[in-house]
Each structure stands twice: as C-alpha cells, then as structure tokens.
Design a protein around this ligand. Structure first.
Ligand code: BTN
Length: 259
C-alpha cells in the first residue's frame, strides 16, 4: 500500500502555514498526542502530524477511532484567539466536507456537531482538543480522520454506520490529494473566519440534524426532542415534547426520523 510522503503533500501545497511543516509516522498511537506534544513545545502554527496507521486512535467521548492503513489520520496545531475557539468545529467540518466533495463529486452531509456523512453513513470524524491559560488559548489541536481507501467489509463492527470514499466511489483515491485539499480548505476557512458569521451560517445550513427528532447522548444523559437550531457557539437547541428547551453543548446525536 502507498505511503503519504510529506514532500509530496508539501509540493505545490497552496497554503501559507497549514501543512508547511509535516511530521509523519508510519504507525503511531494517536496523532492527537503527538500534536499536543508539539504544541506544548511551541511548534510552528499549522504543523501537521500524519500517521499512516494509529494504534490508539481517539474518537470523541473517549471512543476508539479505527485508523488502519489506507485511511487519513492527521492533527493540526493552531494557536487561535479565544474568540475563535467555538468556530474550529465548523471550520474543520466544512473543510472536510468541501474537500471530499471537490475531489469525489460525492454529496456530503454534516451531523451535529461535526460528523461528515455520505448517504447517512459517517466518512469523517473530527476531534478538537485545547488548553486554556487564563483567558488565552495556549494551543488547539484539530484531529481529522477520513475513511479513504479502506473497505468497510473488512470492518464489520462499524460497517452499518460508517462508509469510506473507496466504497462510495468504487475506486481508490490519492490520499496525498485528499490531504492537500483538506489543508487548503482548512486554511482558507480559518483565515476568513472574521467574526465567525459566515462560517456559522454555512455550517448551520449544511446540518442534516436541524428540524429532526433526535436522541442526544450528552455526558451520560440521554435527551430526546426536536433539534430546533444551533447557536453561534456551536451548541444545539433541543425542544422537548413538554415544550421546554435544552441547550446542549456537546454530545452525540442519533436521528429518530428516517433518513
Ligand atoms: C469522532 O468522530 O469520534 C472523532 C474522530 C477523530 C479521529 C481523528 S484521526 C486523527 C486524530 N487522531 C486521533 O487519535 N483522533 C483524531
């Protein structure tokens, strides 16, 4: 199987800083840990850590993220202003959706807060970690995992809810191109954040979750209701059958309606 060469990713990479420094592992526990370590050492903003395979890939809510050879697993080091922190989720999910669409022509959907789906199945997951010092962000790391050239039949434990670009297209894709396009889109969205208004509206407009009956698992609680809206800080407004409204900051959504 091919290996992603950092030189190839960087050649012709049209970014100013994201991906201009790349650390590459053939196999690593989690790129989150490596990027965190880089950030704590003051690595250049935009440093990207890529692993061909992760042996302890981390998902949200302490879940395991499967990232075998053939998938894309990377983490990006950023030092955003604290006002931009809520928008990182939106930047990353839109960048992933846009780059997948541009390279494959496939239509993607976003499920709150930041899953990228194709035909209702997850193809990309995003994990954001950060450390605050007082009212400053010491660092933020955006981890992105995309099922690119993997065959879901080899992973029956997730095949019902996940898909890969290979399975959707019926052919392999260049992972170098996937990464390049992702990094370009990330930087474009990050640099044009402004007050976050544009990115919020784009993200909100693509969420398939809104208006649907959902079940949300959040911090050990299960909430049910209609996903009424999302607010600028990224949280979800959930309308319960008794009319009361919950403000959900983080959680996992299952759509209760078909589709
Ligand atoms: C999720 O949907 O649960 C988030 C998955 C995030 C996976 C990526 S792969 C690259 C980075 N390294 C990790 O260990 N996790 C993130």
């Amino acid at each position: 199987m091919d290996v992603v060469s950092p030189e190839l990713v960087k050649s012709g990479l049209e970014t100013h800083f994201i991906g201009q420094r790349i650390i590459h592992f053939l196999s690593h526990g989690s790129t989150m840990a490596a990027a965190r370590q880089e950030a704590r050492r003051g690595a250049a903003e935009g440093t990207v850590v890529i692993a061909e395979e992760q042996t302890a890939g981390k998902g949200r809510a302490k879940r395991v993220w499967l990232s075998p050879r053939g998938s894309v697993a990377l983490s990006i080091v950023l030092y955003p202003d604290i006002s931009r922190l809520p928008y990182l989720i939106m930047v990353a999910s839109l960048a992933a959706a846009r780059s997948i669409e541009a390279l494959t022509g496939l239509k993607t959907q976003l499920k709150w807060p930041n899953d990228v789906l194709i035909r209702g199945k997850k193809v990309c997951g995003i994990l954001i970690e950060n450390e605050l010092r007082g009212d400053r962000v010491a660092w933020a790391v955006i981890g992105i995992g995309i099922n690119v050239n993997i065959r879901m039949k080899d992973f029956p434990e997730i095949a019902a809810t996940a898909t890969s670009l290979h399975d959707e297209l019926g052919k392999e894709l260049s992972r170098v191109e996937v990464i390049r396009s992702l990094l370009v889109e990330m930087e474009r969205h990050y640099l044009s954040l402004g007050d976050g208004g544009y990115i919020y509206h784009e993200w909100r407009g693509r969420l398939i979750t809104l208006g649907k009956r959902v079940r949300v698992t959040s911090g050990g609680n299960v909430l049910e209701g209609v996903a009424e809206d999302v607010v600028r800080d990224g949280s979800l407004l959930l309308r319960h059958s008794d009319g009361h409204l919950s403000h959900v900051v983080a959680g996992d959504v299952t759509l209760r309606d078909a589709g």
